[in-house]
Write a protein that binds this ligand. Structure first.
Ligand code: G1P
Length: 294
């Protein structure tokens, strides 16, 4: 049973300036909660008990968010604000959280390498800190990936979602053939290919399961034109070695919400806010009114 996950949160979030000038993009709220809380709740619900955040400068808000705040608890208790106290229950998900820093921006592969000592000899999950899987993070894709990884004695399982051809240049794209229902056997992966070079429309969607072998592959990767070590290139090396690499296809209700750019952040916020049991109906009415005036 895989119990550990590495969550890289070191990116600068430049695509979301000015919102991310002094706070991490992973702390941006999507309706009521910051993005990274959804990620941690999803991992906890999928059996993960230890999380390593790979952070960078300006990311201390993430540590503060997952640390308990006795003064706040005392103030809420004193004011009998029990409903608000319940909002802090995520602090007791039973997950141990650790932090390390990626001191230079050398890409996702390098960020994962920062977790080598944490993972040790055990397989582990990687969950990107700016991606939520499924509305309100209700997804068991990580548990499905972990089960498949163990059953097949795989070296890597990635989550994939189908994207339009014109968007392949934004993602790692897999080449594969159907293995069993919901899974592909992957023979190659390419980072951000233009549509004419994309081997499929299956895009890597921010969740991975790896054997520790990936660390050796990351060390072998040649940095790209921007000096970044791509995780996708390390997975490609696993494929080249003939290792068992699979892709788990996300289901219809497991959309990936990407908080890394404004258009998809706006969409995610509205969709999550509309699903809010208390305030969703009111927002729906006001959106209808606004749209009718267009
Ligand atoms: C990263 C990965 C890419 C993946 C994407 C979404 O890209 O390098 O392979 O498809 O996340 O999970 P980024 O969005 O950091 O540029």
């Amino acid at each position: 049973m895989i119990r550990s996950a590495i969550v890289p949160v070191a990116g600068l979030g430049t695509r979301l300036l000015p919102a991310t000038k002094s706070q991490p993009k992973e702390m941006l709220p999507v309706a009521r909660k910051p993005v990274v809380q959804y990620v941690v709740e999803e991992l906890a619900a999928n059996g993960i008990r230890e999380i390593l955040f790979v952070t960078g400068r300006n990311k201390s808000a993430i540590e503060n968010h997952f640390d308990s705040d006795p003064a706040l608890i005392q103030a809420l208790n004193a004011a009998c604000k029990h409903d608000l106290l319940r909002e802090l229950e995520f602090e007791r998900l039973g997950v141990h959280i650790f932090y390390t820093r990626q001191s230079e921006q050398k890409g996702l592969g390098d960020a994962i390498l920062c977790g080598e000592n944490f993972a040790g000899e055990q397989p582990f999950v990687v969950a990107l800190g700016d991606s939520i899987i499924g509305l309100n993070a209700k997804s068991d894709c990580v548990a499905r990936m972990v089960n498949f990884f163990e059953e097949r004695k795989a070296s890597c399982v990635v989550a994939v979602e189908e994207v339009p051809a014109e968007e392949t240049h934004r993602y790692g794209i897999v080449q594969g053939v159907p293995e069993v229902d919901g899974f592909l056997r992957v023979s190659d992966v390419i980072e951000k290919p233009p549509p004419e070079q994309a081997p499929s429309r299956w895009a890597i969607a921010g969740r991975y399961v790896f054997s520790p072998l990936i660390f050796d592959m990351i060390r072998k990767v040649t940095p790209d034109a921007h000096g970044e070590i791509q995780l996708t290139d390390a997975i490609r090396l696993l494929c080249d070695e003939g290792r068992r690499v699979y892709a788990c296809m996300l289901g219809k209700h497991e959309r990936r919400y990407d908080i890394g750019n404004f258009p998809s952040y706006f969409e995610a916020f509205v969709e999550f806010a509309l699903a809010d049991p208390d305030y969703g109906p009111r927002l729906r009415q006001s959106l209808k009114r606004l749209l009718a005036c267009e």
